[in-house]
Design a binder for this molecule. Structure first.
Ligand SMILES: [Zn+2]
Length: 146
């Protein structure tokens, strides 16, 4: 697992914020229980981040959200459909997942991956986002950088 800390400014305070994500090598170390818990844990983390460090505003419609869907924004499950087994879990990262209203935002108007990239870059910065993206096990290199 890669762990790194970034400074985040919110409401005139600077926070030290921990970002972590799975690497390919980590997957072999994870138990079935850990894998099952990964996505709900991620959703819990997003639930905290949006409201404490990021505004709880839907990227698609600009309105506040309460309950939300996790949208795989930069890389979709379809993008990684060729990845075997648990490898697919590597896109279940806060760097990739964006909270949206279930309907109509997620269902009918999901943001483009470019919009998702820009949105995530505002918070995490380009260096971190690229570090995550380039850590993914694309067989012939990532489709593209943004
Ligand atoms: Zn919305």
């Amino acid at each position: 697992m890669i762990q790194t800390t970034i400074p985040v400014q919110y409401k005139n305070e600077i926070y030290r914020y921990n970002v972590e994500w799975l690497e390919f090598d980590d997957l072999s170390l994870m138990t079935g229980d850990t894998l099952t818990a990964w996505r709900p844990n991620l959703k819990q983390k997003l639930n905290w981040v949006f409201g404490n460090l990021r505004p709880r505003i839907c990227l698609v419609c600009g309105e506040p959200f309460g309950v939300f869907d996790m949208h795989e924004g930069i890389l979709s499950r379809n993008d990684v459909r060729g990845w075997k087994g648990t490898k697919k879990l590597l896109i279940m990262s806060e760097l990739n997942c964006i909270p949206l209203h279930h309907s109509p935002c997620h269902m009918d108007h999901p943001p483009s991956r470019e919009a998702a990239w820009e949105y995530q870059m505002e918070f995490y910065g380009r260096d971190l986002l690229e570090q995550w993206y380039l850590s993914l096990p694309f067989r012939v290199g990532p489709p593209r950088l943004f």
